[in-house]
Design a binder for this molecule. Sequence first.
Ligand code: AMP
Length: 322
Amino acid sequence: MMKTSLTGIKPTHIPHVGNYLGAIRPALRLSETYRTAYFIADYHALTTVRDPAALRGHVHDVAATWLACGLDPDKTLFYRQSDVPEVFELSWVLACITATGQLERGVAYKDAIAKGEAPNAGVFYYPVLMAADILLFDTDVVPIGADQRQHVELARDMAARVNHLFGEGTLVLPEPLITEAPLVPGTDGTKMSKSKGNTIPLFESGKKLRKLCLSIVTGSETLEEPKKAEGTPLFEIYRQLATADESAALEAKLAAGNFGWGHAKEALYEVIERDFAPMRERFTALRADPAGLDAVLARGADQARGIARATLDRLRARTGIR
Ligand code: AMP
């Protein structure tokens, strides 16, 4: 049987090119080899988001983005976390078998304390909810960047403890699947990130997109001088999108001289405009129909709740709750 892979997506902003290349594209490729589940983690977003309209809007932005990028809801379980309230029941059981010290060692919580912040209890409890997200669906693997390893290991520890206390086979032990996604630079050359204002939004087009491409930092060589493409932010984005032949051609033109950074930026603009055109169209149509998006997510939630209830039935019987 195919293994199950589960991924959560926090609806905190409109996805950018870094999210697409670093998370969305690799995740969609996984659905060829795994039974995949993707959920929009709106309750995780609530640890920081305080604007109800923005949260609702971002859930729809994210749902439309993933569908536009090729997620097939007939093949992939696709739902909104808050539509599956069973996750909170499991999270309570997990909290009851977890030492507070384990949560105190949580990276997100520790970071916040180290920065002198006063994190809310949601930040402290977040690894428990994440473990419940994972364990509720008999997840085998969780694709993550190396920085998230601790959270999946904690979920695995919790599952092992539940099995030890209440019987083997109660919960499936998940494993981290460390993905080596490319780090996509933003227009200022540092990691593309919403908080830094250096992003290229995924479905930007026309003049705005062109302006963003032209704003990418480059060297200050003259038009005539030969230029090294490798390692420049512009080329690092370009080669993720263009074909291997196109990338080699751009690299050669820059190396030959008499080809300016402005020309290279133009080439990047064209490749983004071209590659994302079909997805942009699908996104626009999907995003204009929030009720349609909710219907897709509701169908996913129905399916998800069926799996969730089976897990909870097992757990309730064994813990003595029923
Ligand atoms: P965030 O936008 O920080 O919520 O990240 C959502 C997902 O996108 C995570 O899986 C990140 O690893 C990925 N991601 C975000 N920014 C980048 C980037 N600049 N390059 C590659 N992946 C990224």
